[in-house]
Design a protein. Structure first.
Length: 391
């Protein structure tokens, strides 16, 4: 390219990044020695507030702003940094307005951005969230009524299908993934619609309770489990204002801090009906499988020294995985904890809740004579291993 005297780079359009902020939440920079009164005045006007003023203005040169979107204003006006105002361009320039990215987790600013992308000529923060003469108290409520958002039918269908065969803990994992990484219009409505499926395991666990006490325990532990999943994805229940909040149950929050989360996950992560369905098919086991099954289950029910180590061997396709599936289902149905461990990732996929030995017991990938497993005495993992009745 250089030999032929062609340009190896070029520039077509300039870009102007337009700011998006909530009312009285604009960013202000200052030094510690600055006068507070001056600082407040300095930050009063922004690109957005001046845009509203343009749209509200009756001046002839500003009328064009009333039919323009916020991101198109830089094509028609230039931003005077010193005077903090938009100035009408005298001649055409190739300029693009660049809207800043707002993550859906920042709910109010996100929906404010949606409205700004579609509404022409808003005159104020309040006018921006006014739809058909109704001023909504948040941008989150205004955007759907303006028709700028799709409904949640896609996520309803997704949850409906998953609820047919997924366990409650897996449904909560799916629900957390959807609300963190997707644009759900009505998070609260989605929660209410699938609450019974999301809390099914806790409903069974606390079946002995009655009335408000049962509902409180079920709802809290469902929320707590969901919150743990959200925390693993950099979010929390508190980030979603239309979800019930853990702060509504302060006494239960305090008690939960003393619990072992790993044990709790093992106890809640399996659907009772699915486990029962597996156990009900015991009659399909052949004679050898049934003999091994009975021996191991009896050892679990009546543990005695010298009767706790079993080795199951057989060629591929002879039913070892099927046998293990029945054993694990029976142990979990008895509300015990088995640790399903395999030497490889592929083998672990054949087990109900299977994991690799390296993952479960923190075994280093590269072993030597001095290698140790990094399991601390006071850790939750140590408590889980002690609690497990079958490994």
């Amino acid at each position: 390219m250089r030999l032929l005297d062609y340009s190896v780079q070029g520039k077509t359009h300039a870009t102007t990044q337009v700011t998006i902020h909530l009312k009285n939440e604009q960013m202000v920079t200052f030094r510690s020695s600055d006068d507070p009164a001056v600082v407040v005045t300095r930050g009063k006007h922004t690109m957005l507030t001046r845009f509203f003023e343009l749209c509200a203005s009756e001046a002839p040169e500003n009328q064009v702003a009333k039919s323009a979107l916020y991101q198109d204003i830089p094509k028609l006006f230039r931003w005077d940094t010193k005077a903090k105002r938009w100035v009408r361009r005298k001649r055409y320039q190739a300029v693009l307005g660049l809207r800043i990215h707002v993550y859906p987790r920042d709910m109010q600013r996100f929906y404010m951005r949606v409205l700004l992308c579609h509404r022409k000529g808003p005159t104020s923060f309040e006018n921006l969230r006014t739809v058909d003469g109704v001023t909504y108290d948040s941008y989150r409520k205004g955007a759907p009524h303006a028709g700028y958002l799709e409904d949640d039918s896609e996520w309803v269908d997704c949850m409906t299908e998953a609820s047919q065969f997924r366990m409650p803990y897996q449904l909560r994992q799916l629900f957390a993934t959807i609300i963190v990484y997707s644009q759900v219009v009505e998070v609260g409505a989605l929660w209410e619609e699938f609450y019974d499926d999301l809390s099914l395991d806790f409903g069974y666990k606390y079946r002995s309770l009655e009335g408000n006490a049962k509902e409180e325990m079920v709802k809290f532990h469902t929320l707590k489990s969901l919150n743990d999943l959200l925390l693993a994805n950099g979010s929390a229940v508190a980030h979603f204002e239309y979800l019930p909040q853990l702060s509504e149950y302060p006494h239960l929050v305090l008690n939960s801090l003393l619990q072992n989360n790993l044990i709790r996950r093992e106890m809640e992560g399996y659907n009772h009906d699915v486990l029962q369905e597996t156990v009900d098919r015991e009659h399909l086991l052949n004679e050898e499988q049934r003999s091994v099954y009975s021996t191991i289950i009896n050892a679990v029910d009546n543990p005695t020294p010298g009767n706790t180590l079993f080795f199951i061997d057989g060629p591929g396709g002879t039913g070892k995985s099927t046998l293990l599936k029945h054993i694990l289902a029976k142990v979990r149905l008895l509300e015990n904890i088995p640790l399903e461990v395999a030497s490889s990732g592929i083998a672990s996929l054949l087990l109900m809740g299977g994991r690799t030995a390296h993952s479960t017991f923190k075994i280093p990938l590269k072993l030597n004579d001095t290698s140790t497993c990094s399991i601390y005495k006071q850790s939750h993992l140590k408590g889980l291993i002690q609690k497990a009745i079958l490994t």
